[in-house]
Design a protein around this ligand. Sequence first.
Ligand code: MG
Length: 455
Amino acid sequence: MSARVLVVDDIEANRRLLQAKLEAQYFTVMHAENGQQALDIARTEKPEIILLDVMMPGMDGYETCKRLKADPRTSFIPVVMVTALSDSEDRVRGLDVGAEDFLTKPVDDFALMARVGALLRYNAVASELRQRQASGLKAGAVEVISDEEISRPSRVFIIDDNPRTSLRMANMLRDDGHVATTLLEAGDMSNLADMGVDILILSISSQSFDALKLCAHFKMTESTRSISIILVCDQSERQKAGKGLDIGASDVIISPVDRQELMARVRTQTRRSRYIDVLRKRVDRGLELSVIDQLTGLYNRRYMVSQLQQVMHRSVMGGKPVSVVMCDIDHFKSVNDTYGHDVGDEVLVELANRLRENVRPMDIVCRPGGEEFLVIMPDTPGDLACAAAERIRRAVASAPFHVSSGSRDISITLSAGVSTITGDQDTMADLTKRADTALYQAKSAGRNRVESIAA
Ligand SMILES: [Mg+2]
């Protein structure tokens, strides 16, 4: 994940230190040495994230953050307060003035990457949804999401096989007015979404279950995907926690868990996931029927074209690759011929479900027509898109399709072609043409496979 980061600190040595750490992870770094400079650069350069020192002469970090958040041109940029003060009161104060997160000096590499990574992932989803809400749907002015809507007490599930630590966290949360439930083992949790759970706290130290496996499972399942996951680990498990962030956990807390930190992280995660929820519902509501395919509920060709244009444009501007996966059901005509069109329609609907369940929240799944599907994957290089396509292929081929008409099972496979944007000269027609060529190759190589066209 690459992004532009603005580092604000009055001391040059501190700026250089953060710069070195960030550049080692391929971030692009900009500097400001005081609050006013930070405001100016934020306005003109629009960095993806701001690391803001608290203690600065003149305008301090709190005041700078307040002004960043008050200006609509910069309010959406996530701010991480960097504080030398170990007093947790000060960390919370940062969140009160609108900062998204905080880090304590001396800044530790793991914490830095965990916070920055989590914020960027959240921002990718939120801005995707904001764009979709704003784009071409003319659903009216973007309303401000009320604080009440997103700051009700949180419902938190704690899954930890150590009853002592889980009870301690539960009590902290209850003291703060949240609803906390502890689970000693990872049983059947398929109805978590129905229970309105906002946050799952998973202990990596648990012996009786694999916290990362569980995390991956929740993130792959459509009904639980939007629930935020906070991992709790001890110092020696940081590497594992880092993996957890890669597979979709939102945040990490190092144990022993500090009360103020737990409250702050729960509050931030709840706000984020509710904000995403509200945005997503609005996007759904605002969508005119004209952009939805009536049979499958996926986006139709018209929407696909408008979104692909925008995503490609943003990719060229921001330099992040976009990939597309074009899928086609193998021998679909013979399904229709053998079982009739009603069964064919059922197959299309089930295929749409499997596609939806196997993509990330930011991906856009479309049915441009017939038995053809196209997934737009923003911010995705070719190798990741191929891996995603392979996952989709497997999800389709691995279990037969159950159709109610005649209540039978039918084996279905699909072929997929992947292509990735090559640069600012690449057009939508080129990109989809390459995906189509790759798809054709997959068909001629025997079907039920994924091919890609190297740029
Ligand atoms: Mg300072």
